[in-house]
Design a binder for this molecule. Structure first.
Ligand SMILES: [Zn+2]
Length: 231
C-alpha cells in the first residue's frame, strides 16, 4: 500500500479519537449542566415555599390582631347592654352583636385555615430540606466524578491531536492541505475504505476504473462524489 495512504489511515484514526473525546467532553458537560439545574430547581422550590410560609405567618398575625380588636368591640358592646332602654335600642344592639359575632366567626375560621396551611407548608419544607441535603451531596459527588472523567478525556484529546499534527507533517504539502480541509468538515472524515466500488463514506458507486486504481494502492484516489480519499 502507498505510504501516503497508510499515513492518512493512521491520521484518520487519531482524528476519530479526537472527535470521540470531544463528543464525550460535551456529553459530560451537559450532564453537569443538568445536575446543576436539578439542584437549582430544588433550591428555588424551597425558597418559594419559605417565602410563602413567611407571608402566611404575617397574615396569621394580622388576623389574630383583628380577632383581638373584634373581641374588644364585643366586650364594649356587651357593657352597653344594661343601659339599653327602648325596644328599638335593644333590637339595634342585637343586630350589631349578631354582625360582630359573625365577623368573629369568620376571622377565627380564617386563623384556623392559616394555621393549617402553615403546618402543611412546614411539613413540605422539612421534606424538601431533607431532599435538598441528599441531592446536594449526590450532585456534588457526581459532578466531581464527571470532572475527573473530563480531565481524562482532555488528556486523551491532547495526545491524539499531538499525534495527528505531528504525523500530518509527513504528508506532501498538497495532500496535507486537502487532508486538513476534509478532516475539518463536520463529520471529521478525510479518508474512506472502499467496499467493492462503493465509497465507505458516502455510499456512492465510483467508476470501476477508479476502484481498480484504488485497489492497487499505488496512486492517491478520491471519491468522485464526496471527495474523500479512498483506499
Ligand atoms: Zn464518497
Amino acid at each position: 500500500m502507498n505510504e501516503e495512504i497508510k499515513i492518512m489511515i493512521e491520521l484518520q484514526h487519531y482524528w476519530d479519537n479526537v472527535m470521540l473525546c470531544e463528543s464525550e467532553i460535551s456529553r459530560f458537560n451537559k450532564s453537569i449542566q443538568i445536575w446543576n439545574k436539578n439542584r437549582e430547581d430544588l433550591k428555588n422550590e424551597l425558597q418559594k415555599k419559605e417565602a410563602l410560609i413567611k407571608s402566611q405567618k404575617l397574615k396569621s398575625k394580622e388576623a389574630e390582631s383583628t380577632l383581638k380588636e373584634i373581641e374588644e368591640k364585643i366586650k364594649k358592646l356587651q357593657q352597653k347592654k344594661d343601659s339599653l332602654k327602648s325596644e328599638r335600642e335593644i333590637e339595634a344592639y342585637q343586630k350589631e352583636l349578631e354582625k360582630i359575632l359573625a365577623d368573629k366567626d369568620n376571622c377565627e375560621n380564617f386563623v384556623l385555615e392559616l394555621m393549617d396551611r402553615i403546618d402543611s407548608l412546614e411539613d413540605e419544607i422539612s421534606q424538601l430540606k431533607i431532599e435538598w441535603d441528599e441531592t446536594d451531596k449526590q450532585v456534588s459527588n457526581d459532578i466531581e466524578l464527571i470532572k475527573s472523567k473530563i480531565i481524562l478525556e482532555e488528556k486523551k484529546l491532547a495526545e491524539s491531536k499531538e499525534s495527528f499534527y505531528a504525523l500530518v507533517e509527513k504528508l506532501p504539502p498538497q495532500s496535507k492541505t486537502r487532508f486538513l480541509k476534509l478532516i475539518g468538515s463536520k463529520d471529521g472524515k478525510a479518508i474512506a475504505k472502499l467496499n467493492g466500488e462503493i465509497c465507505g463514506h458516502c455510499n456512492f458507486q465510483i467508476p470501476s476504473s477508479l476502484a481498480a486504481e484504488a485497489a492497487k494502492g499505488e496512486k492517491i484516489v478520491s471519491c468522485t462524489n464526496c471527495g474523500r480519499f479512498i483506499y
